[in-house]
Design a protein around this ligand. Structure first.
Ligand code: GBH
Length: 449
């Protein structure tokens, strides 16, 4: 038996996002978002599920926060819905929308839970999409104004701020692969949106400093770790490109103010040109206080020019276990990502802003949810976090995705990531076995392996 102890003051938390949990889609003046539109477009979301009700957290947050307190988490990461604050994206501010987040944050403080606020977790106001969305550089101005509204309203109450959740999903997954709203399929659009989102990030960081907001600001990119199948140069290069498009394309400009040249060239070869305006790179490279890292999966792959893949990369099935959503379980990939960041970008403070697993277990005959797969997944991943800390990576906290089952984007309600089970008919919540496991970890700050 080995005891694995985390540093004192390590933060154990849990995460959600507005569109995935809030529901109340028409209430108190909320405007429509691109996800309301996308989920109403036939064939885009599993069984036509939408976010109209979701977990109804808009109404049930006081009891959900009690559960967070019972679970012993020190911090809760949530996102603000832009369409609640500025319903048409660019016009009047909706005070009722702000009031909701004040109530939420006050309730968290009442229970001693530190809020971490994400400004953008994918619910762009539809009215801005009608004017080109993230492809239109003007959306950057509207975003910065929205950010300023939220900063000024919640300053003093919120100390941890993240600009964007997963810029790769906002850009490539939504505009090149087309699996997320608004569902475009052009590489050039992916590259343009990625750049605009990064500029918006940089301008928001500058604004945060200018306004003198207390606390820390960062960003939460998604990462994966693609391992070359062999040490052949061509395999190494292909794996670099495939990982790089997820990780480096965002991390390098944010941390150094420069895009990775090899990938810029690769995209150019595929007909997609990076369009940078004067001053953009300085903005993008604005110093941040922490990096949020979302990590779920990774894989092994090799060079194959006939694979049909954008990067001439072909994933090789390694027979690894997968979660119920079909993603490889690759705990060591998290260690690899964390040590890579330290190696490449130095000693930035890191919060794991998301890590978690999809297992669709429901209540058994005893009324409990025995999600042993999730417990094993979490145990293996937090151990890799500990390894990274031992290697000198400055990881200061870990947020499990997710607090509770919720609207899993294109998968609708068919995929469950929660520590708490949600019955979508009754809105009943049932803490799973993983909830109790996580509570013990958060209370002890060590685990036995
Ligand atoms: C996060 O995205 C989101 O921030 C969150 O809202 C969401 O609910 C959560 O994860 C769970 O999905 O098909 O094997 O190639 C995760 C980003 C990008 C991670 C796509 C997995 C595909 C793996 N994901 N990636 S695979």
């Amino acid at each position: 038996m080995t005891i694995v102890k985390f540093p004192d003051h390590f933060i154990w938390g849990a995460a959600t996002a507005a569109f995935q949990v809030e529901g109340a889609y028409k209430e108190d003046g909320r405007g429509m978002s691109i996800w309301d539109t996308f989920s109403r477009t036939p064939g885009k979301v599993f069984e036509g599920d939408n976010g109209d009700v979701a977990c109804d957290m808009y109404h049930l947050y006081p009891e959900d926060i009690k559960r967070m307190a019972d679970m012993g988490i020190r911090s809760y990461r949530f996102s603000v819905a832009w369409p609640r604050i500025i319903p048409d994206g660019s016009g009047a501010v909706n005070e009722k929308g702000l009031a909701f987040y004040h109530n939420l944050v006050d309730e968290l403080h009442k229970h001693g839970i530190e809020p971490m606020l994400t400004l953008y977790h994918w619910d762009l106001p539809q009215a801005l999409q009608d004017r080109g969305g993230w492809l239109n550089r003007e959306t950057i101005d509207h975003f910065v104004r929205y950010a300023e509204t939220v900063f000024n309203s919640l300053r003093g109450k919120v100390r941890f701020w993240a600009t964007f959740n997963e810029p790769w999903c906002i850009s490539f997954l939504s505009h090149y692969i087309g699996a997320h709203a608004p569902g475009m399929t052009e590489l050039q659009a992916g590259v343009d949106v990625a750049h605009h989102v990064l500029v918006a990030h940089g301008r928001t960081v500058q604004l945060f400093r200018k306004l003198g907001i207390e606390g820390q600001i960062g960003i939460a990119p998604n990462t994966e770790w693609q391992e070359p199948y062999s040490d052949k140069e061509e395999d190494i290069e292909a794996a670099y490109r495939r990982s790089g498009y997820l990780n480096e394309w965002f991390l390098r400009p944010v941390m150094t103010g420069k895009y990775p040249e090899k990938l810029v060239e690769w995209f150019r070869g595929k007909g997609a040109e990076l369009k940078i305006e004067e001053g953009d790179m300085e903005l993008i490279g604005s110093k941040i206080d922490f990096l949020g890292i979302n990590y779920y999966t990774g894989g092994v792959g090799r060079y194959n020019p006939d694979s049909g893949d954008l990067f001439d990369y072909e994933e090789v099935p390694m027979g690894w276990d997968k979660t119920d959503i079909g993603w490889n379980i690759y705990p060591q990939g998290l260690y690899n990502v964390l040590t890579y960041i330290k190696r490449e970008f130095g000693d930035i403070a890191i919060y794991i802003t998301e890590n978690g697993a999809c297992y669709n277990d429901g209540p058994s005959a005893d009324g409990k949810v025995h999600d042993t797969g999730r417990v094993e997944y979490l145990r293996k991943h937090v151990l890799q976090v500990h390894r990274a800390i031992e290697s000198g990576v400055n990881v200061k906290g870990y947020y499990c995705w997710s607090l509770m089952d919720n609207f899993e984007w294109a998968y609708g309600y068919s995929m469950r990531f929660g520590l708490i089970y949600v019955d979508y008919e009754t809105q009943e919540r049932i803490p799973k076995d993983s909830y109790r496991w996580y509570r013990k970890l958060a209370q002890l700050n060590w685990l036995e392996v």
